[in-house]
Design a protein around this ligand. Structure first.
Ligand SMILES: Nc1ncnc2c1ncn2[C@@H]1O[C@H](COP(=O)(O)OP(=O)(O)O)[C@@H](O)[C@H]1O
Ligand SMILES: [Mg+2]
Length: 506
């Protein structure tokens, strides 16, 4: 007897339907799984047998064939346990075989029949909604993420017995539902800019960066607060929209990183160590999984000790930064992951870390700075609009009792500036000034003649490249937007030039 149960698998961050076909007949006892299963899928038979037995359903020896269709895609993981178990239960007449196509079933079974959470439930639920399923049955721990999907009834259940009950007495169950507010409330912001004393100049630079989505490089001695400042950048970026949360949660779900809050409702902050491998940063794996650049999607990717990263790794960052997405190709399949993040990089002013610190033999010399700076990949530096020095915090700022401005009020200004940009680029894919191309810059970044002369001087005196010139214009545009004015002034341009002072070392 053949039963078909609807389930799904993941390719990249997209779900695709998988039909689990369970064929059971008399004959020599055997258990075969076909359709490119990985070892975890093949081991399913042991878990399913044990779970069924422990819930009181014994299947005597039979000839069992399981096919996972489409058969030409590699399937991984243990989330087919539930649909496979349902095939047996239909064979035993415990559940009605004709209802197994109405819902989409997914979940790993513990040996006692409990349902264990699986990866990629949100993308799969989105797919189920698109394909018009009557509902989706998932492990309870996955209910929140699936519940984000608006027009799909979600049943988050504890164990196999409950699934049977749902199929035999559906009236007893109500689908679960979660709202945006629930999610945001479930994950309160833990950090705030008001904890950072002094450093007004750096905070201003970060506000400008946030306002225009400009990448930033922080240069300063150990202990100056670079990491502390970078970690707080997500708290001044505009609140994520619902659609952005879905995008980000999809990536985190596919990576298996969702915690029990069930969704990523705050902009992510990712800080991979400089020893990170290429696949871990960019994405990879037999069945492609997102890398750090994608986990940082819509948030911040922080690269501490930038010169310590291998040059190749840094150069591989160019595409995700430029395109806002990465394609991960493996022999059999390729997947596209989003990667629209803000880059914050940090470094010491020179190789000798003690030199920059207070009480040392003095700061780094210009030539030491130049040598250290030249270690960073040029093409990556070209994609960083704002460079800012982070000096050690002044003693009088540390002891000051004056309260610093909090993240919420900085965020309000940033959000207003972003709204101006969204209006400017309406109908385009550009969401902030940093994403402007040469033609947009021509169109939106006209500057007064006086500013033109100052810029010219910077080019000749500081050796700005043509690229640096464009970056100054973009940042000046953002500074004007923060002020809420349409025309860029000389003051705006002068401030933007301040953020390119490291260019003299190139
Ligand atoms: N401006 C500041 N205000 C308050 N605390 C600070 C400030 N700068 C540094 N600190 C303290 O010093 C610690 C070290 O800062 P950190 O961000 O790790 O420095 P860096 O990354 O530049 O080496 C922080 O965790 C914080 O406790
Ligand atoms: Mg640090």
């Amino acid at each position: 007897m053949l039963f078909k149960i609807s389930s799904a698998a993941l390719l990249g961050i997209e779900g695709y339907p998988v039909d689990v076909e369970v064929d059971i007949s008399a004959g020599l006892p055997a258990f075969v799984t076909v359709g490119l299963p990985d070892p975890a899928v093949r081991e399913s038979k042991e878990r399913v047998r044990a779970a069924l037995k422990n819930c009181g359903w014994d299947i005597e020896a039979r000839k069992v064939t399981i096919n996972l269709a489409p058969a030409d895609r590699r399937k991984e993981g243990s989330a087919f346990d539930l649909p496979i178990a349902l095939g047996f239960l239909a064979y035993l007449d415990v559940v009605p075989g004709d209802r197994l196509r109405d819902f989409l079933f997914i979940g790993e079974l513990a040996l006692d029949g409990r349902l264990k959470p699986a990866r990629g439930i949100l993308p799969i639920a989105l797919m189920a909604e698109r394909l018009g399923f009557q509902g989706i049955v998932v492990p309870k721990a996955n209910a929140r993420e699936a519940g984000l999907v608006r027009d799909l009834p979600v049943f988050g259940l504890d164990n196999l017995v409950q699934v049977v009950r749902l199929l035999t007495a559906p009236g007893e169950f109500t689908p679960c539902r979660f709202s945006l507010d629930d999610l945001v409330a479930a994950a309160p912001e833990a950090l705030d800019f008001d904890e950072v004393k002094g450093q007004y100049h750096v905070k201003r630079a970060l506000e400008v960066a946030a306002a225009g989505a400009h990448n930033v490089l922080l240069i300063g001695p150990p202990g100056a607060g670079k990491t502390m400042l970078a970690r707080r950048l997500p708290t001044i970026l505009p609140q994520m929209t619902f659609d952005e949360m879905i995008e980000v949660t999809q990536v985190w779900s596919a990576a298996g990183l969702l915690q029990d809050t069930g969704a990523v409702s705050r902009r992510p902050f990712r800080a991979p160590h400089h020893t990170i491998t290429d696949p871990a940063l960019i994405g990879g794996g037999l069945v492609p999984r997102p890398g750090e650049v994608s986990l940082a999607h819509r948030g911040v990717l922080f690269l501490d000790e930038l010169p310590e990263f291998r040059r190749r790794v840094l150069e591989d960052l160019r595409h995700p930064i430029e395109d806002g997405r990465v394609t991960v190709s493996r022999s059999a399949m390729s997947a596209v992951f989003p990667s629209a993040f803000m880059l914050v990089a940090a470094m010491n002013p020179c190789e000798d870390v003690f030199r920059g610190m207070a009480g040392s033999k003095g700061g780094c010399t210009e030539s030491e700075k130049a040598r250290y700076y030249s270690k960073i990949s040029g093409p990556l530096l070209d994609r960083i609009d704002i460079q800012v020095e982070v000096p050690e915090v002044k003693f009088r700022d540390i002891v000051s009792r004056e309260p610093a401005e909090n993240s919420a009020s900085i965020r309000a200004r940033v959000t207003a500036a972003r709204e101006k940009q969204l209006a400017r680029f309406k109908g385009r894919k550009i969401y902030a000034n940093a994403r402007m191309g040469p033609r947009d810059i021509k169109r939106h970044c006209a500057i007064p003649e006086e500013a033109e002369r100052i810029l010219e001087m910077a080019v000749t005196r500081l050796g700005f490249s043509a690229r640096a010139y464009d970056r100054v214009l973009k940042v000046a545009r953002t500074i004007a937007d923060l002020e809420g004015v349409d025309d860029i002034s000389t003051v705006h341009v002068s401030e933007a030039i301040q953020y390119r002072m490291m260019d003299k070392f190139r």
